[in-house]
Design a protein around this ligand. Structure first.
Ligand SMILES: [Mn+2]
Length: 328
């Protein structure tokens, strides 16, 4: 049904615009490239746009040289992938409506004319892998590689709690189509430039712990000193989330003098997406983010306070349910 609507919309379009969120991760890049390359192969003209460009981590994927930072022309059809709300695209659509929204973020309310949103999917790339054939699009080796790269990235190498037999079967199918899992895994998650590890060092040197909460920050000064060029966290958040006996890890990344990106990671069962969403951000229950106005110390204080309050509520709830169990 929804597949027919999407197929129809694609068939009717000659110039298709595709975009995703700012500071795109592997799933955002993979989704844009997979869809863009497959649509080109199907004879469509395509504009692929990522407001922040493509980070070096994913430059090895086919088609990244075609990705622009803004739309040059008015497209007949705009597809927004892996992006929980329109604002997170960085404003690249201007006044255009999102025609098709494809996403797996639970916080996505469906801001498109046609919405394909599956929060159970491990990645937006997994949704695309399952649905693209029904839209008449072919998954060849470059498309399969982009999709598998996105799945590997968003599942942190099949380690997130939503990793399922279904997601592994999708990955296996993409391998059958020529995607080299060893190479893609290494590129997406293991191999890092010297500057990234150096950048981690600045963040790790400031690591703080308070009970089951850990946090640190990366300032503009740190980025400069480390010689790190991208605007993302160089995956330091995932390192923080590997600390044992922790409920929540937070990373504050200074973007400019009055703008800080906040990244949360939480143990399974907690929901940091709810905190992020209350601040205009988004994400998944165990991994979420938000962009906030303010200086690094201001944002840090505010967010730590909100996160402490959330953790206290969780502890009170847990105590209450223990008590009611005792009195039963
Ligand atoms: Mn994703």
């Amino acid at each position: 049904m929804i597949d027919d609507q999407i197929k129809q919309a694609i068939n009717n379009a000659s110039l298709v615009g595709i975009t995703s969120h700012i500071r795109p991760d592997g799933d955002a890049v993979g989704s844009v490239l997979a869809l863009g390359l497959a649509l080109e192969k199907a004879g469509k003209k395509v504009e692929m746009v990522l407001h922040s460009g493509v980070s070096n981590t994913f430059r090895h994927l086919a088609g990244t040289e075609l990705v622009k930072r803004s739309f040059n022309a008015d497209c007949d059809l705009y597809i927004v992938v892996d992006c929980s709300d329109l604002q997170r695209s960085g404003g690249v659509l201007n006044d255009h409506q999102a025609d098709i929204v494809i996403d797996h973020h639970i916080t996505n309310k469906g801001f498109g004319r046609i919405n394909l949103i599956d929060p159970s999917a491990v990645a937006s790339c997994a949704i695309l892998a399952e649905h693209m054939p029904a839209w008449g699009l072919t998954i060849d080796e470059p498309v399969a590689s982009a999709l598998l790269s996105g799945i590997i990235s968003d599942s942190i190498g099949f380690r997130t709690s939503n990793t399922s037999a279904r997601s592994l079967r999708i990955a296996a199918d993409l391998m059958d189509k020529g995607a080299d899992i060893t190479r893609l895994y290494n590129k997406a998650l293991i191999s890092k430039p010297f500057e990234s590890i150096n950048y981690w060092g600045f963040g790790l040197a400031k690591l703080q712990r308070e009970d089951t909460l850990v946090w640190t920050s990366l300032s503009l000064e740190d980025r400069k000193n480390a010689g790190y060029r991208d605007e993302d966290d160089a995956d330091l958040t995932n390192i923080l989330s590997s600390i044992e006996d922790i409920d929540i890890a937070i990373l504050f990344i200074e973007q400019n003098a009055n703008h800080v990106k906040v990244s949360w990671r939480a143990r399974p069962g907690l929901d940091v997406a709810s905190i992020a969403a209350s601040l205009g951000g988004g994400g998944h229950p165990p991994a979420a983010g938000a962009d906030l106005e303010g200086t690094l110390p201001e944002v840090q204080e505010k967010i730590l306070q909100l996160t402490r309050e959330y953790l206290n509520e969780i502890k009170i709830q847990a105590n209450n349910s223990n008590k009611s169990r005792e009195t039963e």
